[in-house]
Design a protein around this ligand. Structure first.
Ligand code: SAM
Length: 207
């Protein structure tokens, strides 16, 4: 089933081998309640606890590809959620810091990733402000839809680093990749539309 999912992602245009290998390796069904495991290898988002979602595999692959993760690069993920995206980033070699607003979700993800043998740094807090204790980051990925680009995330990025973030209204967001240039300017690339749960917090949609 995992191989079929990887085939589907290739058909949809994902060509990043480390990302595809990660998706081919990680048991996504472990993130599902037993009665829903049939949904685990379909290319769709699925509800998890606290009204949140485990992202669609295509979305995970698309964002991870844009982030251009290389082994040893320090990556900040905003929105740990189930922890599945975190596993993909870790399999691609990221030195990962992952922050989650909802304590219960973070604790569940911490338990699962420990069981799977992964050990990123978990933070519980408001990722719309980034995480300034470990700055700067080679890359920042936001896995919830933001109304605007939070300024702290730009500040916390290294020169040459990418910020991958969906920005838009509550129904639809455009995927953006912002890159910090050596002269301090920011370049912006726009990709297709996605639909994420809202980025909460001070520089998100508030509560
Ligand atoms: N990456 C996740 C996965 O693989 O399961 C997908 C997570 S879900 C689409 C988005 C997550 O962002 C939710 O768990 C939500 O609680 C979290 N979130 C929303 N606003 C946040 C914020 N300001 N800081 C940190 N996490 C936030």
């Amino acid at each position: 089933m995992r191989r079929a999912l990887v085939r589907k992602l290739r058909e949809k245009g994902i060509a990043n081998e480390p990302v595809l290998n990660a998706i081919g390796k990680i048991p996504r069904h472990w993130f599902f309640d037993e009665i829903f495991v049939d949904h685990a290898y379909q290319d769709k988002a699925f509800p998890i606890a606290e009204g949140q979602t485990i992202s669609q595999p295509y979305t995970v692959a698309f964002q991870t590809n844009l982030l251009d993760v290389k082994p040893g690069k320090k990556i900040l993920e905003i929105g740990t959620g189930s922890g599945y995206q975190a596993c993909v980033l870790l399999e691609c070699g990221a030195d990962l810091v992952t922050i989650e607003y909802k304590k219960n979700l973070s604790l569940l993800a911490q338990k699962m990733l420990k069981y799977m043998g992964y050990s990123p740094r978990f933070v519980i807090g408001d990722g719309s402000l980034g995480y300034d204790k470990l700055t700067p980051y080679d890359g920042i990925i936001v896995t919830a839809g933001a109304p605007t680009v939070p300024t702290a995330l730009i500040e916390q990025l290294k020169v040459g680093g990418h910020l991958v973030i969906p920005v838009g209204d509550s129904k639809s967001q455009k995927m953006l990749r912002l890159t910090k240039m050596s002269d301090g300017t920011i370049t912006k690339e726009q990709f297709s539309n996605f639909s994420f749960v809202p980025l909460l917090g001070e520089d998100g949609w508030k509560k």
